[in-house]
Design a protein around this ligand. Structure first.
Ligand SMILES: [Zn+2]
Ligand SMILES: [Zn+2]
Length: 94
């Protein structure tokens, strides 16, 4: 098996950061950038990633709906702002 090496540290990439979905060497793992991140061996990470990609499709659809709702809300706010601007203009003395 071909072992890939870290560009930054020249160490073999053996780990996988679950928080960043990034491959790491043992030096990357100890760096501040990945402090407190969930890290597992690369082979396991690749399997997890595949599994997660499948399950991710469902929440993605939910997110799309939430995004649509957020847009609607935004439109409502825009209308509301327009109305209050109009009433303010009318309130101003001529
Ligand atoms: Zn590294
Ligand atoms: Zn990380």
């Amino acid at each position: 098996m071909l072992e890939e090496k870290c560009i930054t540290h020249g160490e073999v990439l053996k780990l996988f950061c679950l928080d960043d979905f990034e491959v790491l060497c043992c030096v990357c793992h100890t760096s501040k950038k990945h402090q407190g991140h969930q890290v597992c061996p690369m082979e396991e990470g690749a399997q997890d990633l595949r599994a997660e990609l499948k399950t991710d499709l469902i929440p993605l659809k939910k997110n799309l709906r939430r995004l649509y709702e957020a847009k609607q809300e935004c439109d409502d706010t825009t209308v509301h702002i327009k109305v209050s601007i109009n009433t303010q203009i009318h309130k101003e003395p001529a």
